[in-house]
Write a protein that binds this ligand. Structure first.
Ligand code: HPA
Length: 284
């Protein structure tokens, strides 16, 4: 069995990106559903549509712009994904996580992942930001994950440990910035599901029993590959809706609701992100 992508293919993509920008990004940023407008803050930006980058799939979710935005944010050189690839779109796990490995080959050392998520914890409200302390990788545990198949040793070991996926000092830094800027910040466990369907009430009650605070359709595979490559990882969920855990409720979650909530959340997330990058920038 061949690896889905070879090291040469990851490098072809990375070299193409290098040829298109004078920037040397040190931090990767993945912007989730409804959060793409944050990339509008990036200065001296180089824009590269995914379709132009060798081996990159093309994002099919209408609300995702589908391009890399490389430039300066809060004085730090970042490579932002405006739109990500989801497993539910029909991409393979290797395709979903290809950009993370390409960014690693580009030389980034830290990745900040963001997502839209449903609130399972009854204390959570729409608009909350949640630092992912940990995740439950439902699909991964069932054998659907990007580390299956031959291991590329250049990235990391065959049996990577996942108990320290979300880097402690980054989670603490998020707290410090949130306190300084008076942004309420939650912490919790994210349960990664495939989607594209929203969950049944019984599934939400199950998620709660399992210790999940939020559920979503992305992020865990990217975190897995990032950790495998020994990148430092920070992940922030934006709570766009409260999950419904009772039968026959009058309402149901919709993608429109998720996008609407994003509009409210983007300014708050932007403030947190700018504060974080300013502090992180002192390292580089
Ligand atoms: N469930 C799964 N994924 C989501 C949700 C949800 O309720 N909201 C945003 N992404």
């Amino acid at each position: 069995m061949q690896p889905e992508f070879t090291l040469e293919q990851y490098d072809e993509a990375a070299n193409f990106i290098r040829s298109r920008t004078r920037h040397q990004p040190v931090i990767g940023l993945v912007l989730g559903s409804g959060l793409g407008p944050l990339a509008g803050q990036i200065e001296q930006a180089t824009l590269i549509p995914y379709g132009e980058i060798p081996h990159f799939p093309i994002s099919t979710v209408a609300s995702h712009a589908g391009r890399l935005v490389i430039g300066m944010l809060s004085g730090v050189c970042v490579c932002a994904m405006q739109g990500r690839f989801h497993f539910y779109e029909g991409y393979s796990m290797g395709q979903v996580t290809l950009p993370i490995r390409v960014m690693a080959r580009l030389g980034i050392k830290t990745i900040i992942l963001t997502n839209a998520a449903g609130g399972v914890n009854p204390d959570f409200e729409v608009g909350d930001l949640m630092v992912m302390d940990d995740h439950i990788n439902f699909l991964g545990m069932a054998g659907q994950n990007p580390l299956m198949g031959p291991n590329l040793e250049t990235f990391g070991p065959r049996f990577p440990a996942m108990n320290r996926t979300y880097t402690r000092h980054l989670r603490q830094l998020a707290d410090a910035v949130a306190t300084e800027q008076a942004i309420p910040l939650r912490h919790g466990v994210y349960l990664g599901l495939s989607g594209p369907f929203f969950e049944t009430p019984a599934e939400i009650r199950m998620a709660r029993i399992l210790g999940a605070d939020a559920v979503g359709m992305s992020t865990v595979n990217e975190a897995l590959v990032a950790r495998h490559a020994e990148l430092e990882v920070l992940a922030i969920s934006t709570i766009t809706n409260r999950c419904i855990d009772v039968l026959d409720s009058d309402t149901e979650p919709t993608h429109e609701e998720v996008m609407e909530a994003g509009k409210v959340i983007v300014p708050r997330l932007t403030k947190l992100m700018l504060g974080l990058l300013e502090k992180l920038g002192k390292k580089f």
